[in-house]
Design a protein around this ligand. Structure first.
Ligand code: TA6
Length: 296
């Protein structure tokens, strides 16, 4: 299943018996494609994405670790998204995901260079799996392997870019009435009003301690994405809108209309691991016709 992708970068193709599929680049441990059984692409990937280190791939699911955005001293979103991961043939057993036959296990360990910028030894295991109904499941296990007895702390996100038909036709349910930090207003804390979220301008918010289930409803496509997360308290919602879109070299000027990032994230409270401890964070995405969802 290992083949050469864009610019000769190695990728893994997962295919589930009913026809759904996913594509994972070893560069970044990055899911770049997730298709349903009809072959429809469900993730957004920019037509201008640059598949060349050290640039992270614009779209799909970048892994933000050990730092989310600029919440710390490292480069934005940390370094996991622009490192080469390797396939791990025989990882320690996962308690879940046993039903899936279409999966790949990746691992990232810090290089000597990485240790100079973040002086902690870790093992980051990522399993990407397709469920029988075509659900996309990502499980991260991050272990502190420091031998000097030191704990470490990190922030994290599955920076998921969903493909939508038209951002003005999209509604997000599950984040109403929650507190959020607004990145467009000095990361100040506000409280969301009672209605489902809709979009008519730039948004960059970190919703705090959210429910585990968030629904992203694409009215035009009559499709609902259901995002479930486990062990990951926060959720980031981002759309760059027109001005920021133009400012990004690896993003088309009008592409903001066709994407929305809804990101399972751990940002407000960093996660601390003592040596030998492991953290687990799971993301599950499904895409269903809107009529299947209650209230639709
Ligand atoms: O998750 C939202 C965010 O942190 C935004 O502030 C935005 O800049 C985006 O991520 C993309 O970051 P990047 O470093 O990939 O350009």
């Amino acid at each position: 299943t290992l083949s050469k992708g864009i610019n000769g970068l190695e990728k893994v193709l997962l295919r589930e018996s009913r026809g759904s599929s996913a594509e994972v680049y070893l560069y970044g441990g990055h899911v770049t494609s997730w298709k349903n059984e009809h072959g429809e692409e469900l993730l957004f990937l920019s037509s201008k994405a640059i598949f060349k280190p050290p640039k992270a791939i614009r779209g799909g699911i970048p892994i933000c670790f050990p730092q989310f955005a600029n919440h710390g001293t490292l480069e934005s979103h940390g370094f996991a998204r622009n490192r080469f991961w390797t396939i791990e043939d025989d990882p320690p057993p996962f308690p879940t995901n046993n039903l899936s036959k279409a999966f790949v296990d990746l691992i990232l360990k810090p290089s000597e260079e990485d240790l100079k910028i973040w002086n902690h030894s870790f093992e980051y295991r990522l399993r990407v799996a397709l469920g029988p109904a075509g659900d996309l499941m990502l499980t991260s296990r991050i272990r502190n392997t420091n031998s000097d007895g030191k704990p470490f702390s990190f922030t994290f996100a599955y920076h998921t870019y969903l493909s939508v038909s038209d951002i003005s036709e999209v509604r997000v349910e599950g984040l109403e009435t929650l507190d959020y930090l607004d990145n467009l207003r000095n990361k100040e804390r506000f409280t969301e009003q009672g209605d489902a979220l809709t979009f008519e301008s730039e948004v960059d918010k970190i919703y705090l301690s959210t429910p585990t289930k968030i629904a992203i409803i694409d009215h035009e496509k009559k499709r609902t994405f259901v995002l479930r997360k486990d062990g990951i308290p926060d959720a980031v919602v981002w759309n760059p809108w027109d001005k920021k879109a133009k400012a990004m070299a690896d993003f088309g000027d009008d592409e903001y209309k066709h994407m929305l990032c809804v990101e399972a994230a751990a940002v407000e409270k960093s996660i601390t691991l003592k040596p030998g401890e492991e953290w687990k964070g799971r993301l599950e995405l499904s895409a269903v016709p809107s009529s299947y969802c209650s209230g639709q």
